[in-house]
Design a protein around this ligand. Structure first.
Ligand code: NOJ
Length: 571
C-alpha cells in the first residue's frame, strides 16, 4: 500500500483567512462504469479515471467523488457491496486505486469515495454466514431478520422496497423449510444491516480507517438517513418513492430516525483523528446522501460533531420558478447557518434525470424516474438552455457545489434507450412502471471521431451511447466559444478567483418577480451580481453604472437579458 501525499492546497488562503477546503469546494461526481474504459471491456475502470484526471484539473474542480468500485455482483451497479476493502476486478485493483488517489493529489484534486452502510450485497460473507447460521444465531443478528406475520408466511410488516415490491424476502432454512424474512429497503440482493449491533458499527469504523489510510479525503455516505429503523418496525400508511424527499408526509419509520446521529458522531471522531492539528487543508469529510425533509431535519446531519455536508436535494427538486428558487436558496442558507455548516448545491447525479433534460419537461409535473421512448419527451433545446442558466446560478452561490459527470458537456438523458438493455433494478422491481436511472448513466463522450466517442476501444459499451453524444463530445467543445464546456470552465475560474464559494449572498431588489437577482461578495470582498431571468419577455438591462458582463449563459440581445438566461456582472 502506498499512502498518497495530501493534495496541494488550492483555494483556501483568502483575505478573511484560511477556510477549510470543503466549505467552498466544487466536487465532481465520477460514475466509474461510465467515465473511461481502460481495457476495452465496455465498462469504465479506475485506470480509465486516472488517465482522464487532467481534464478535471483543467475544468477547475477541487475534488472528485467516485461512486462505488468495490467487489460487487453489480445487482445495483456497485451499491451492493460484497467486500468493502477490495476493488471489483471489473474496475481494477487496489494498486489502481492507490495510483488514482496519488495522481489526483498530484493534480491538486481531492478524492471522496462512496460508502454504503445501510445494506451489503447478499453475496457479502456476513449475509452468507447469516443464512447458514439460522434463526437466533449471532450471524443473523447482523441483519434485520424477523419471523413472518400470521403463520409465518406473510411479511413481518407492510413496508415496500424503494425500488418497488415488498421490502421483505423469505429465506429457505438449511433444512429446506420456509424460514425467516429479511428486510431490504432496496433490491432483494441488498439486505439491510442491523445498526443496533456493535459489531456492525465496528466493522464500518475499520472500513473508514482502511480507506483513510490509503489517503482518501472523505466519504459520500449512501442512504445516510436509513441505517436506524423505528423500534417495532410499525406498519405504514404511505410508501416511499424512489429517491424523493419525504415531503408532505409523516416520517417513514425506515427513514431519518434520531438514533442515526450517534453513528455519525462516532465516524466524525474517526475522521478528525486523521487531522489532529485541525489543518484546514487536511480535513477528511463526510457528506450525507439523505432524502430528508424539512430542511431543518437535513441540517441535523451536519451539526458540528456529525457530517460536514449533506446533499441539498430540495434545490435539485426545485421547480424552474423564480419565487421557488429564491425560497429554496434562502431556506437552505438559513438552516445551514443555524448549525454552522456550509450549504451544498446539486442539480444532477446518477439517480435522477439529467438536468439538461429534466428542465425541458413541463414545470410543476412530478419528477419522472427515468424517461423512455414512449414517455413524454423533454424539450431538449429548452432543457439545455435552462440547465446552463441553472448551473450558472448554482455556481455563484456560497457553499459547496456538486457536479455530475457530463453535465459540463450539456449531456441530455438518453431518452431513447431500448427497454431491452435497461439494467436498473428499479425497472424490474417496479414491474416496468419506472424506467429507472440507466438514461443518466451512459458512457461519456470524449472524442467525436473515436470508437465509443473515446470512452474506450469497443462500441460494445455496457449501455449504448446515443448519437447525439458524438456532437457533444469534449473535444468538440474544448476551445469553442459559447460551448457548455467552456461555459463551465469560465464559471469555475471566476468562482475560484473571486472566492465566491466562501462568500456572502444578498438579494438584490428592483428586477421584478421573474428574475432571481443576487449579489455574492467573495471572501476577499469583490462582488458579482447574478441575474437569472425566467420571465417570458426579455429583461431590459440598463446595467448598473460601470458594470461589466463577466459571463452570460446566452448572448444578451439589445442590452436585454433573454428568457432562461443567467448573467454574472461585475459591479
Ligand atoms: C442511493 C444511491 O445513490 C443509489 O444509486 C442506490 O441505488 C441506492 N442508494 C441504494 O444503495
Amino acid at each position: 500500500m502506498t499512502s498518497a501525499p495530501k493534495p496541494a492546497p488550492r483555494t483556501s488562503e483568502t483575505a478573511t483567512g484560511a477556510v477549510p477546503w470543503w466549505r467552498h469546494a466544487v466536487i465532481y461526481q465520477v460514475y466509474p462504469r461510465s467515465w473511461a474504459d481502460g481495457n476495452a471491456d465496455g465498462v469504465g475502470d479506475l485506470p480509465g479515471i486516472t488517465r482522464r484526471l487532467p481534464y478535471l484539473r483543467d475544468l477547475g474542480v477541487d475534488a472528485i467523488w467516485i461512486s462505488p468500485f468495490y467487489v460487487s455482483p453489480m445487482a445495483d451497479a456497485g451499491y451492493d457491496v460484497a467486500d468493502y476493502r477490495q476493488v471489483d476486478p471489473v474496475f481494477g485493483t487496489l494498486e489502481d486505486a492507490d495510483a488514482l488517489i496519488a495522481t489526483a493529489h498530484d493534480l491538486g484534486l481531492r478524492v471522496i469515495v462512496d460508502l454504503v452502510p445501510n445494506h451489503t450485497s447478499d453475496q457479502h460473507e456476513w449475509f452468507q454466514e447469516a443464512l447458514v447460521g439460522g434463526p437466533g444465531s449471532p450471524e443473523r443478528e447482523r441483519y434485520m431478520f424477523r419471523e413472518g406475520a400470521g403463520d409465518g408466511s406473510e411479511p413481518p410488516n407492510n413496508w415496500r422496497s424503494v425500488f418497488g415490491g415488498p421490502a421483505w424476502t423469505r429465506v429457505t432454512e438449511a433444512d429446506g423449510s420456509p424460514g425467516q424474512w429479511y428486510l431490504h429497503i432496496f433490491d432483494v440482493t441488498q439486505p439491510d444491516l442491523n445498526w443496533e449491533r456493535t459489531e456492525v458499527r465496528e466493522m464500518f469504523h475499520d472500513v473508514l480507517r482502511f480507506w483513510l489510510d490509503r489517503g482518501v479525503d472523505g466519504f459520500r455516505v449512501d442512504v445516510a438517513h436509513g441505517l436506524v429503523k423505528e423500534a417495532g418496525l410499525p406498519d405504514v400508511d404511505h410508501q416511499p418513492h424512489l429517491l424523493e424527499s419525504d415531503s408532505g408526509h409523516v416520517r417513514h419509520p425506515m427513514w431519518d430516525q434520531d438514533g442515526v446521529h450517534e453513528v455519525y458522531r462516532g465516524w466524525r471522531e474517526v475522521l478528525d483523528s486523521y487531522n489532529p492539528d485541525g489543518d484546514p487543508d487536511a480535513d477528511r469529510i463526510l457528506v450525507a446522501e439523505a432524502w430528508v425533509e424539512p430542511l431543518e431535519r437535513l441540517a441535523d446531519y451536519t451539526r458540528a460533531d456529525e457530517m460536514h455536508q449533506a446533499f441539498n436535494f430540495p434545490f435539485l427538486e426545485c421547480p424552474w420558478q423564480a419565487d421557488d428558487l429564491r425560497e429554496v436558496v434562502t431556506r437552505s442558507m438559513e438552516v445551514a447557518h443555524d448549525v454552522g455548516a456550509p450549504t451544498t448545491w446539486v442539480l444532477s447525479n446518477h439517480d435522477v434525470v439529467r438536468h439538461a433534460s429534466r428542465l425541458g419537461l413541463p414545470v410543476g409535473r412530478r419528477r419522472p424516474n427515468g424517461i423512455g421512448l414512449e414517455d413524454p419527451q423533454p424539450n431538449a433545446v429548452l432543457g439545455l438552455r435552462r440547465a446552463r442558466a441553472a448551473t450558472a446560478l448554482m455556481l455563484a452561490l456560497p457553499g459547496s457545489a456538486y457536479l455530475y459527470q457530463g453535465e459540463e458537456l450539456g449531456l441530455p438523458e438518453h431518452t431513447a434507450l431500448p427497454d431491452a438493455v435497461r439494467q436498473d433494478p428499479a425497472w424490474f422491481r417496479s414491474e416496468h412502471t419506472e424506467r429507472g436511472r440507466d438514461g443518466c448513466r451512459i458512457p461519456m463522450p470524449w472524442e467525436a471521431g473515436a470508437t465509443a466517442y473515446g470512452f474506450g476501444d469497443t462500441w460494445d459499451t455496457w449501455l449504448p451511447q446515443p448519437e447525439v453524444y458524438g456532437a457533444l463530445a469534449a473535444d468538440r467543445q474544448a476551445g469553442v466559444d459559447g460551448s457548455t464546456l467552456e461555459l463551465y470552465r469560465a464559471l469555475l475560474r471566476l468562482r475560484h478567483d473571486d472566492h465566491l464559494g466562501a462568500g456572502d449572498l444578498e438579494w438584490v431588489e428592483g428586477y421584478g418577480e421573474d428574475t432571481v437577482a443576487l449579489r455574492v461578495r467573495g471572501a476577499d470582498g469583490r462582488a458579482v451580481v447574478v441575474l437569472t431571468h425566467l420571465g417570458d419577455q426579455p429583461l431590459p438591462l440598463p446595467l448598473p453604472e460601470g458594470a461589466q458582463v463577466l459571463v452570460s449563459t446566452h448572448p444578451l440581445v439589445d442590452d436585454a437579458l433573454p428568457t432562461d438566461t443567467t448573467v454574472w456582472l461585475r459591479g
